[in-house]
Ligand binder design. Structure first.
Ligand code: SAM
Length: 252
């Protein structure tokens, strides 16, 4: 195997990973290894499945649109990752593409698109989202894939909010607690969620419901009005730096 455990291409596979396990490649993965990376049987790849850690594997078969790899050795144990959901109103494609990719890099555990009263884009392509999530997770060397949930109405989500989970909603009106202070407070037992509104912001009705909910807290990300995607990434960065793994070094 010419490539090393730190330079071999990384692939997400759903299959169990164990010594000697033979894992089939999806057609796009076989195409990527064979036609883009110009690899051949015997070449090294790295695998992860979100459960069994990171594995070094060897290409055992590689043809046009098909192939297989065989697990050789585990090179990193599965590690727990922070539990932080991101609820976001669908955005126009380029902005949403950026939001999704960066949220995966920033360690989000659940991506929940929400319909709000001022959401301008009411369509979400689940297959596109799923593919973006895999590509971003492979690149940033995380060992899990965030869960991508179906588009849901904000009021429905709030009505069925899970007990114990704190919802921090981005409040750009100046009525929110500074996010750093909010995230520095002792966390609850049920994980956190971050919610940012659409380009047009939350409606007065939505802000009333959010502010009245016992589990929800308005937070501010500074004096400027951030675009929705900027606010989402600011929220995630601040959250990871205070409640998450933002202080750790890569790969640990
Ligand atoms: N309502 C704003 C307006 O029309 O002037 C625009 C909303 S902003 C583009 C989209 C979302 O990002 C807001 O609903 C809020 O959740 C979040 N956001 C933007 N700036 C923020 C800030 N400084 N603090 C907290 N949240 C912010």
């Amino acid at each position: 195997m010419s490539r090393t455990a730190s330079t071999a291409p990384r692939l997400y596979v759903p299959d169990p990973l164990a010594p000697g396990a033979e894992v089939p490649l999806a057609a796009p993965q076989a195409h990527y290894l064979r036609d883009v990376m110009r690899m051949a049987p015997g070449g090294a790849v790295r695998l992860f499945n979100g459960r069994d850690g990171a594995w070094l594997a060897e290409i055992s078969a590689l043809g046009k649109g098909k192939g297989a790899v065989r697990c050789a050795e585990r090179i990193a144990p599965q590690r727990p990752e922070p539990d932080v959901w991101l609820l976001f109103a669908p955005l126009k494609s380029a902005r949403q593409d950026m939001l999704v990719e960066k949220a995966v890099e920033l360690g989000v555990s659940v991506l929940q698109p929400v319909l709000t009263e001022r959401t301008q884009t009411r369509r979400v392509n689940p297959e596109r989202l799923a593919a973006q999530v895999v590509e971003a997770a492979e690149q940033c060397e995380r060992l899990t894939l965030p869960e991508v949930r179906p588009l849901a109405d904000l009021f429905d989500l709030l009505a069925a909010w899970p007990a114990g989970r704190t919802l921090f909603h981005g409040d750009e009106t100046g009525g929110g607690t500074p996010a750093l202070a909010a995230f520095s407070a002792p966390p609850g037992a049920g994980g956190d969620a971050l919610l940012v509104g659409p380009e047009g912001g939350f409606s007065p009705r939505e802000l009333d419901v959010l502010r009245a909910a016992s589990f929800s807290l308005g937070v501010g990300f500074g004096p400027r009005i951030l675009r929705a995607e900027t606010a989402a990434l600011a929220a995630l960065s601040l959250w990871q730096a205070t409640r998450g793994d933002g202080g750790l070094t890569p790969g640990c």
